[in-house]
Design a protein around this ligand. Structure first.
Ligand code: 4AD
Ligand code: MG
Length: 451
């Protein structure tokens, strides 16, 4: 039987013949045996295998195995007498598939810094920490899809190449065909990589009611921080006949659902993070899934922050965009819990957000979490044609270029809302990883795009 180590350790069946395929982590020799730790990526734990020195290829091969070599092992699973492991495999046959020269293999048995591992992004998934991040990321992605599919949302594959700048912030990467002439762009108009699938998701929400997109997005902002990437993944639901409070409820439910899912399904990997990456991570996550998020308005946030003796790099006054230092103060110091901030000034938000009756604020909401700051940004959308056109004009967006978007308000418009959840920030929050470059396989930041 050809099984993965994770399944075997869960089943705990002994006395059966199995074949495992994986990579050597360590080798230790004693009197008449060698003990090898094998990892196949299916789980954090290695399987210990015991190779008798009488095996025919012992001297030439097994005794030369080192970290990184790939092997196929056939043998019998038995209960382990050793402490800290339940099963071990007695080798009948061990085939070396690929050697790894111990003189040059960079992942020797010692703890490497995450900075060093970033310099070998093609090998780092073979480490415990990055392997665990990868499995948790995959499970979170699965949970995101389960959440929406179970609630009758349709997934929309929105375009990566687009001619619309959703956020209106001019942070798009341009897309040009090689040899493209300025007066004859390949797509007729100047195209770029999407900064958000929202506008296209709105098109489908106006037809299917509840939709979501989950794809890569790109921003050419020159932010070299531990929370910004030039290429990141975003989860964006869009819901017809939904207002700001319905939007906030879905976002909170989504975050709790996916975190609850990994608490049940990624316990071994989360325990590693709790021990080595963020002390008390498990308590933090448990606390988040069990308690209501805090709700405050932007006005209240400004009042609270400006009443403090705290010195911020950016002084707080009504009208400023909350900076990361402010967001983190609110969620880490004042509330020590996720905080939803609503009703931001219109002047600091994009054209599509719904103008409130006060004429000054929009029906926006950001969710802030400890250790990260903003993890979700969303709003109720402006469904009134005249107001939307004025907001476009005010923010320097040409309404003629967005005629298709305005049609959604001309024909059967309805209140609707949605949000964007930064997927890497979610993985950071779930694993405690401090740097966003360690939660995406191949990070892209200014000056850096390995592999
Ligand atoms: O707040 P943002 O810019 O919102 C939008 O793009 C909306 N169009 C979403 C919507 O309503 N459908 O981005 C949403 C989230 C942020 O809260 C943050 O978590 C993440 O995307 N994000 C980034 N993550 C990594 N690197 C970056 N450069 C990011 N910029 C935003
Ligand atoms: Mg935002």
């Amino acid at each position: 039987m050809n099984k993965r180590i994770g399944t075997l350790l869960k089943q705990k069946e002994t006395g059966i013949q199995v074949v495992i395929k994986g990579w050597v982590r360590t080798r230790r020799d004693t009197g008449s045996f060698s003990f090898l730790e094998i990892n196949d990526g299916s789980c954090l734990a290695n399987l210990q295998i015991i190779a008798d020195k009488n095996l025919p290829n012992y001297k030439d091969e097994i005794s030369k195995l080192s970290a990184g070599c790939s092997v196929i092992v056939k043998g019998c699973l038995q209960e382990s007498p050793a402490k800290g492991q339940q099963l071990e495999l007695q080798v009948d046959l061990l085939e070396v598939v690929g050697w790894a020269d111990p003189e040059t293999y960079p992942l020797q048995k010692k703890r490497h810094s995450l900075e060093f591992l970033r310099s070998i992004s093609h090998l780092r998934p073979r480490t415990n920490a990055l392997g665990a991040v990868t499995r948790v990321r995959s499970r979170l992605s699965y949970a995101v899809h389960s959440f929406f599919q179970e609630r009758d949302f349709s997934q929309i594959h929105t375009p990566i190449i687009t001619t619309s700048d959703c956020e209106g912030a001019g942070e798009m990467f341009q897309v040009r065909a090689s040899g493209e002439k300025d007066d004859k762009p390949f797509f007729g108009l100047q195209a770029g990589l999407t900064v958000s699938g929202q506008l296209q998701a709105e098109v489908y929400a106006a037809a299917l009611g509840r939709v979501y997109t989950f794809g890569p997005t790109f921003r050419a902002e020159n932010s070299n921080t531990s929370r910004h990437l030039a290429e990141f993944w975003m989860v964006e639901p869009e819901m017809a006949f939904c207002d700001l409070s319905c939007n906030m409820a879905v976002a909170e439910e989504l975050l709790k659902f996916v975190l609850r899912d990994i608490l049940s399904n990624c316990a071994e990997d989360l325990a590693l993070f709790d021990k080595f990456i963020e002390k008390d991570l498990l308590n933090k996550l448990q606390n988040v899934v069990e308690n209501d998020f805090v709700h405050i308005t932007y006005d209240q946030a400004v009042e609270q922050l400006s009443g403090l003796n705290e010195r911020f790099d950016f002084p707080v006054e009504w009208g400023i965009d909350l900076q990361s230092e402010h967001e983190r103060y609110l969620t880490e110091k004042l509330y020590q819990h996720p905080v939803i901030v609503t009703d931001y000034p219109a002047a600091i938000k994009p054209f599509y957000m719904r103008l409130s009756d006060d004429g000054k604020t929009v029906a926006a909401m950001d969710i802030l979490v400890p250790g990260i700051g903003e993890i979700v940004g969303g709003s109720q959308r402006e469904e009134r044609l005249d107001k939307l056109v004025s907001r476009m004009e005010e923010t320097g967006v040409d309404p003629h270029e967005y005629n298709w978007y305005l049609d959604l308000r001309r024909y059967g418009t309805m209140p609707h809302a949605g949000f964007g959840l930064g997927f890497e920030r979610l993985v950071q929050f779930a694993t405690g990883m401090k740097n966003i470059r360690d939660v995406i396989p191949f990070p892209r930041t200014p000056g850096l795009a390995p592999c």
